[in-house]
Design a protein around this ligand. Structure first.
Ligand SMILES: C[S@@+](CC[C@H](N)C(=O)[O-])C[C@H]1O[C@@H](n2cnc3c(N)ncnc32)[C@H](O)[C@@H]1O
Length: 291
């Protein structure tokens, strides 16, 4: 079904590379060959979807902070236009199941985990996992693109998650506290109002990554947890980031920044069991003091 969709979408070369890398790869290719072929598939996919860059609004919060880049986010509008294709790729490449596998083994003892924020939620990979895991939890999901918010809700319905447990709103990760509901009403998030904040491959789209991280940590309640399934510094991680116009911040710098905000940090690389997600993602887990 998925390959038919891709063929109709004119991405036959991606299809072939994926089939070579994943389907045939299971039986007759070495791990290295498989890795190369999936990397090539990701490359083809990103070439197919990478479009012209479009400026997004300037970050008024970050512009006030010292050392802020006088920059604007330059994420291509085309890049995240099609949530359906993104969703299919995440599922088909095995990203979704492998990240889910990684999260299942993650120690989230402590808690409570009742108020969850998934900022830059995409199709809901992270937030929906935690909603299923913590039955009393409620999720605030945000994304720059409304089509991803809709896709996340569709995925939630598919997974049998009660719609009442999810609030969705548009937000730029540069200003994670400032939301706009789908009806167009402004909404401000209060500091210390979340027990668990999850982000994944989104903070690099902020016009000032450090300020954005700082604001996200302010939203975290004492004793709360930040889970960042970040783009890794591996060759493939940096390669995909570049294709997706994602600005990697050195992970050591990110860890220092989080510590400066009074959090304990643990970073964990994804292992071979999480292939192919381990090619491009890594995890940074932070616990805020107090609580
Ligand atoms: C690579 S996807 C990651 C989705 C999800 N967090 C995950 O881990 O799979 C990036 C997501 O960030 C969103 N995004 C891009 N620029 C953004 C911005 N400036 N603010 C908020 N979200 C943004 C895109 O619409 C897309 O849903």
């Amino acid at each position: 079904m998925a390959s038919g969709f891709f063929r109709r979408a004119g991405i036959a070369s991606v299809c072939r590379a994926l089939q070579d890398g994943i389907v045939k790869g299971r039986c007759c290719l070495s791990r290295q060959q498989r890795r190369r072929r999936v990397t090539r598939a990701i490359h083809l996919m990103s070439r197919r979807f990478a479009g012209s860059t479009a400026s997004l609004s300037k970050c008024d919060v970050c512009d006030d902070s010292p050392g802020a880049r006088d920059a604007v986010s330059t994420v291509s509008k085309k890049l995240y236009k099609n949530s359906r294709t993104y969703d299919l790729f995440m599922k088909w490449l095995g990203y979704e199941s492998r990240i889910d596998r990684f999260l299942r083994r993650l120690n989230t003892s402590g808690g409570p985990h009742e108020r969850i924020l998934d900022a830059g939620c995409g199709t809901g990979l992270l937030g929906l996992h935690f909603l299923e895991r913590f039955p009393a939890a409620r999720l605030q999901a945000t994304d720059l693109e409304p089509n991803f918010l809709h896709a996340m809700l569709v995925n939630a319905a598919r997974r049998g998650i009660d719609r009442e447990r999810i609030a969705v709103a548009q937000a730029d990760i540069s200003r994670p506290k400032q939301l706009t509901t789908l009806e167009g009403a402004p909404l401000a998030l209060e500091d210390a109002s979340f027990d668990l904040i999850c982000i994944g491959a989104v903070i690099g789209y902020a016009s000032d990554i450090e300020a954005s991280l700082c604001h996200l940590l302010q939203l975290l309640a004492p004793g709360g947890t930040l889970i960042n399934i970040e783009m890794s510094e591996s060759v493939t991680g940096r390669f995909v980031s570049r294709r997706y116009q994602y600005h990697n911040i050195p992970l050591a710098r990110m860890r220092d920044l989080i510590r400066d905000q009074g959090c304990q940090v643990v970073s964990t690389a994804l292992g071979i069991r999480h292939f192919p997600a381990n090619l491009t993602r890594t995890a940074i887990i932070a616990r805020k003091a107090g609580g």
